[in-house]
Write a new protein. Structure first.
Length: 277
C-alpha cells in the first residue's frame, strides 16, 4: 500500500494563473434549462400527491393494517344497557353522600344526648352540688344572700372604715409645748443624739401612747405641718434646719427612730434603737 498525502500539494504560480484563465473563459452560472425545471416540478408534485393520499389516521395505524383497532357498532339493546348502568352508578353515589350526611347528624345528636344524660346522672349522685350550681347561676350575689348583714365590697361602710384609717394616719400632730430647749441632732453623731433625745423626752414605756400623734416642741418652734404618722414626735434642729424626730411604737426590745423633714414628712435618716425601760 502506498501512503497518500492528506492534502494536495500547493499549486505553483503558473498553475494558479492557468486556473484563473479557465474560470474566466467559462463565465458565470447559467440558468437551468426549462426541460429540467419542468421535470423537477413534476416529480415534486407527484411525491406530494402520494403523501396526501396515504395519510395515517389519528391512531397512527392505517385502517388496512392488521393491528388497526376494530370499530364494533352497538345495537340499540347494548346502548340501553350502557345508559342504564350509568344511571345506576349515579344513583348509588347520591345514596352514599346522603348516608354520610345522616351519619354526621346522628353523631352530633348522640353527643348532645350523652352530655345531657351525664349531667342528669351527676345531679342524681350529688344533689348538693347540683343545688349549689343552680344557686350560683340564679343569684349573682350569692355571698351577699348568705349573709345580708355583711356590707358589700366597696360599700359606704367599707369606704367609711378606710377613710377613718387614712384620717388617723394622716392627722395633723397635736402640739404639746415643752420648756425644754430645742435640741440639735448631728449627722455624724446621729445614734448618740437620738438615744439622748429618747431618754430625755419620752415617757416610760408602760405609760407611752403611740396610737396618736403628739409633737413636743418649744413654743417658738416653727415647722410646716405634714403627715408624720402615729408616734411620739419631738421637734429638733437637724443639719441646720428644723426637723421632726418620730419615735415609733416599740417592737419587742427595739424602737424605730426617724428624722423627718418639715412640711413633707420625708424620711431623712432612720435608725433602730433599744427601748427604754
Amino acid at each position: 500500500m502506498t501512503d497518500t498525502p492528506e492534502h494536495d500539494p500547493p499549486l505553483s504560480p503558473a498553475q494558479e494563473a492557468a486556473v484563473r484563465r479557465a474560470l474566466a473563459e467559462a463565465g458565470g452560472p447559467e440558468p437551468m434549462p426549462d426541460e429540467v425545471a419542468g421535470r423537477l416540478d413534476a416529480v415534486i408534485a407527484g411525491l406530494s400527491a402520494e403523501r396526501t393520499g396515504s395519510a395515517l389516521p389519528p391512531g397512527g395505524v392505517p385502517e388496512n393494517h392488521p393491528e388497526a383497532p376494530a370499530v364494533i357498532p352497538l345495537d340499540p339493546a347494548a346502548r340501553r344497557r350502557r345508559t342504564r348502568a350509568r344511571v345506576l352508578l349515579g344513583a348509588a353515589a347520591a345514596v352514599a353522600v346522603v348516608a354520610v350526611g345522616v351519619g354526621i347528624a346522628n353523631d352530633h345528636g348522640v353527643g348532645a344526648d350523652d352530655s345531657a344524660a351525664t349531667a342528669d346522672q351527676l345531679s342524681e349522685k350529688d344533689p348538693a352540688r347540683s343545688a349549689e350550681g343552680a344557686g350560683s347561676a340564679d343569684s349573682p350575689n350569692a355571698v351577699q344572700d348568705a349573709d345580708p348583714s355583711a356590707p358589700a365590697y366597696g360599700s359606704q361602710g367599707d369606704l367609711g372604715s378606710t377613710s377613718t384609717l387614712e384620717s388617723q394616719a394622716g392627722a395633723t400632730p397635736r402640739r404639746v409645748p415643752t420648756d425644754e430647749p430645742l435640741r440639735t441632732v448631728r449627722v455624724d453623731r446621729l445614734r448618740e443624739d437620738l438615744m439622748a433625745l429618747q431618754r430625755v423626752t419620752l415617757p416610760a414605756a408602760a405609760a407611752a401612747d403611740y396610737t396618736g400623734t403628739t409633737l413636743a416642741v418649744p413654743p417658738d418652734f416653727l415647722c410646716a405641718e405634714a403627715s408624720y404618722g402615729p408616734g411620739q414626735l419631738v421637734g429638733v434642729r437637724y443639719d441646720g434646719k428644723p426637723a421632726v424626730v418620730a419615735f415609733r411604737a416599740p417592737v419587742g426590745s427595739t424602737q424605730e427612730a426617724e428624722v423627718l423633714a418639715c412640711g413633707t414628712g420625708d424620711v431623712l435618716r432612720s435608725m433602730t434603737l433599744a427601748t427604754q425601760d
